[in-house]
Design a protein around this ligand. Structure first.
Ligand SMILES: C[S@@+](CC[C@H](N)C(=O)[O-])C[C@H]1O[C@@H](n2cnc3c(N)ncnc32)[C@H](O)[C@@H]1O
Length: 205
């Protein structure tokens, strides 16, 4: 399928999506995060948008790990990716589906864990450990992690190595992994060698 033209109309729609996304996050911050810990913190949408524009090619399948309110997967869909999001919190999945309907987006959201069932990890004992556990979402999605050309994640500090390891073990060997961090914006890693090398450079926790 041809990529949609990045004309003024599309840019306006994307800008409106970012602004609605920020409103949703501000409300969530007041109504939920002010009362209890919740791992949903919004990435810098404008920086992620720039990365999605830079890396878009025809016929790419995109997955957002921990898709929360869905803004990033919806952006990807509007830009011409075949876009999916997996999120553990079912009420956020409802929010994402509503937002997709509002923006006439075909992005697909499912409730579950982005961690493949065959990956063993020990979730942190701390209640604030941000990687939650739950049934793996790939079965319901009908796709495995290596079916995706581009994967996006916004890990909490220290979560980068797990995401790189997931891609090394279960991702496609030539996939693109986009990781967002508060300090560095979006960093792009291409292919198994790059995931492994980056994971080895990180301090072991
Ligand atoms: C830091 S937020 C990022 C939200 C969104 N991707 C963004 O960048 O704006 C992390 C999200 O991952 C979700 N999450 C945590 N563990 C998960 C897991 N194992 N599977 C799926 N989602 C998870 C949280 O509920 C939260 O919404």
């Amino acid at each position: 399928m041809m990529l949609p033209e990045l004309d003024d109309a599309l840019r306006l729609r994307l800008a409106e999506l970012c602004s609605v996304g920020w409103e949703i996050f501000e409300r969530f911050d007041l109504e939920v995060r002010d009362k209890r810990f919740h791992p949903f913190v919004a990435a810098e949408y404008e920086k992620v948008l720039a990365a999605l524009i830079e890396h878009r090619r025809e016929g790419q399948r995109f997955l957002e790990w921990g898709s929360a309110s869905g803004v990033i997967a919806i952006m990807a869909d509007l830009l011409g990716y075949e876009a999916y999001g997996i999120e553990l919190d079912a009420s956020l999945v409802d929010t994402a589906r509503d937002l997709a309907a509002r923006f006439h987006s075909r992005a697909t959201f499912i409730t579950g864990s982005f961690v493949p069932a065959a990956y063993s990890f020990t979730p942190g004992q701390d209640e604030r450990a941000w990687v939650g556990t739950g049934p793996s979402g790939y079965l319901e999605l009908g796709r495995a992690l290596d079916d995706f050309d581009v994967v996006f994640g916004f890990p909490w500090p220290g979560g980068e190595s797990m995401m790189l390891d997931l891609m090394t073990r279960f991702g496609s060997s030539d996939a693109l992994l986009l990781l967002h961090s508060v300090d560095n914006g979006v960093t792009a890693y291409r292919g198994a060698k790059s995931f492994k090398a980056a994971a080895n450079r990180l301090p072991q926790r």
